[in-house]
Each structure stands twice: as structure tokens, then as C-alpha cells.
Write a protein that binds this ligand. Sequence first.
Ligand code: FES
Ligand SMILES: [Fe+2]
Length: 477
Amino acid sequence: MLDVVKSTSPSIPFEVTDPERIPAARYYDEEFYKLELERLWPHVWQMACRLEQIPEPGDWVEYSNVGRSVLIVRTENGVKAYHNACRHRGVPIAGGHGNEGGKPAFGNCSSQGFVCPFHGWRWNMDGENTLVYGSHHFNKRQLDPNDIRLVECRVEEAIGCAWINFDDDAPSFRETMGPLIDRLEAHNLHKLRAEWWYQTTIPANWKVAMEAFMEGYHVMTTHPQLQDAVPNMYDSRYRNDGPFSLADPSLDLAGNIEAQLLSMQRLSEGMAGMLHAKELEIARSLKDFKSLGIEFPEDVNQALMMWLGVVQAQITAQLQANGEPVPDLNTVCQTHPVNAVEFLMPHYFLLPYFSSFSAYRIRPTGPEECIFELWSLTTFPEGQEPDPVMEPRVLPYDSAEFPPIPRQDYSNIPIQQKGLHAKGFEFMRLAENVEGMVSNYQRIIDGYLKGEDPKKLAEATQKLGGNFDGPILELGF
Ligand code: FES
Ligand SMILES: [Fe+2]
């Protein structure tokens, strides 16, 4: 077992002291939740919106989480973010409660600007106050233009999203996430668009929800239809103690291709995206490998890899020919490989496959409840992108309208939350080499709660990139 270097920082309740054991109370204790609100969320980069939602100067979106609201605004000088509180008496100036009563939740602010719904003060998209109604009623010092500007919040644009951070001293988003962002941008993630967006509320701690996606060890039981298509692939990864094998040695290349296509179909239909239907169609068109005029090697594993290379080459060629911003997939898989799941601390993650992705964001609404969102991201012919999806489709977490794979995941998350309260259940026990990410993630959270050096926290955060299904790691604190 890995020895964790003990920090000299003050201790916190329910700290992870054994990296293979995660105390159950971290997922429901009120005090622990309060500590997260005070010491984690105000210091991390949060995914605030998709940039396609604010294409024109004056377009804006409200982002709220753990009781704080921020307005993300496209201006003539890039994207800006403002804390959503009127400089008069604190009413949110847009979105949320401040915009109820028939005012649109989304709307361009380039002409009127933002108008406070209480007494009508106004601001332009650059945050400058443009009107104080009846300004002669105020002492002059109360209306210093600099003092009644909207208060800016840090914001950065990357991988198709706006990212905000309340901490003016935190390392930048790119410094925090490190090479993961380059890898994702090499896959043109910033050029993808949302084709749909779902939201639900789940009665579970937000970390329980995140951790349901940190390993593939649950696939055999939670998503049996995926294992059933390519049993050898999952068995060699999780069940047997032997080397991983993509191909099933008991099948020839034709049999393996058929199994892969079934697996792709179940992933694609199960996620309603990620492995996109248009990509599945291209893969299916290459099923008859003998007609491809390629000499495939004897070794069935190598032959299958080669066939998958042909699939990627064809997806690249056909989607590019359609004007879609797809990179050369075979090249970027070599130069900038991405993993089955890529996490961005603390609440956003991506599931790549070929050129399309699924994206998830989770926000706590209490110690035992969270908002869970899911996007399908894909490419469209450039210049023919659809109108942006401005609002999520909100469903109950057990809705049959969710795609089957998330529905299977959602079936476990709330019951796990209940089980965590059982008498005698003190800690989750982790498999050190396939559930290591859960431990690493929880120990980074401890780092924030204990006020570790932000640089060290950023270094630890970068270790989550590529750690899906991975081992427990030394984090440096
Ligand atoms: S609170 Fe906004 S104008 Fe008064
Ligand atoms: Fe799952």
C-alpha cells in the first residue's frame, strides 16, 4: 500500500488517512459539506457555460452553484464574468430570482444592458454603470463610477467552455489543468457543439455522483450489455490476472469486428452520442474487411487494431469531407492520446470516443443532493452549426427518457447514498489499481480543505488527467 506523506496542516474531520479507505461520513456529514463550501468551491475552476451559448457581444448566461451566481458575458473584448449582485442593494441583476416575472432568462444585453429588477440601475456588458435612476438622491461618494461597476470574476475560455474561479490568487485554469487541455484541444474539443443537454437532481452527495465515473470496474454489473458484446476485453481488464487484450483470441478477425461493432452500437445507443451514430455508420460500412484491399496481420489483436485504425481514418476523411472540424484521429491518438474518461477537478468530466464526446457537470445542492447535467458534444459542418442549446431538458433521475447507460448509472447513485448511512459502514474500501482515482480525488479535496499550497494542488489536479481506472498516486501533500 502507498504511504501517504502526512501533512502538517491542521486536521479536518473525516480526513482520508488510509488512501484505500474513504470515510463514509464525507458523503453526508453537514460539517464536512460546510467545509467544502468554505474551502473547496471558492478556490476551484468551475465550468460555467458553453461558449456557443454566448456567440455575440452582449450575450450572457447565468451560472450558479452553492449559493453564488455569476453572469458570463460575451463582450467586444472577449468573455467577462460578473458577480451577480446589484451595486445598490445586492439584488441579482439577471437570471435566477432577479429575472422572474416574465423577463427572459437569456437575452442579449447589448442595447439596454443589465437592468436591476428592484430600482432599475443599469450596466453595460463591460460592467460599467450606465444609469442610476434618481441619482440626485444619493450622496456623490455613493456613486463613484469605479465603485458601482459590476464586480468582475475571473474567467477563462478553454475547450469550448467558460471557466470561472472566485479565487484571485489561484493558478490560471491552464496552469491548473496542465497538458490535459492541450490534449483535448488537439482533439478539437473547442470546436464541438452541444447537440443535447439534460439535467436531473439526484438524492446523493455530489462526490458519490462523480465517483460513479472514475472506474470501469462497475461495467460488468451495472452495464452488462457492454461487457456482453466484448466479454474478453472486459475480462482481460478486470476479471483475469492476465494481460489486457482488445481482441477475443477465440474469434477470427471477422468475429472480432462483429463483436466490436456490437459494442460500438451499444455504446452509441446507450449514450445517445459519445460514439456518434454517424461514426457507427462509417464503422459498419467497413465491416467487410476483405474488401478493403489491406493485408491484415495474422495476429488477431494486431489485425483488429489495424481495422480500428482504418475506421478512424475513414471517420476523419468522411467527416472532414462533410466540412466538420475533425482532426486526423489516428495522428492525435498518437500525439495527444485521451483516456476513456477525462476529469477536470472538481466537477466536470468528459467521455471521448472517436471525434464526439459526452460531458458531465455536477453541482451540489446540499450534503445529500446534487444537480447532474449531461451533454452530447459533436461536430457539425462549419458554418452550418445549429442554434445553441440554451437550456437543459430537466427530467427526474429515474426517467425512462434518459439514454440507457446514464440511466443505469443513476440507478446506483441514490441507493449508494442510502447504503453509506448503514450502521457499521465506516469507509469505502478501494481496489488500489482500478479505483485509485477515487482516492486521489478525495485526497485532493482534503488538500483544498486543509489549505495546501495552490501550486501543489494544481500539480495534484493534473495527476487526475489520465488516471481513470488508474492507481492510487502520491500527490505531494
Ligand atoms: S437593488 Fe438594484 S437598483 Fe436597487
Ligand atoms: Fe457507468
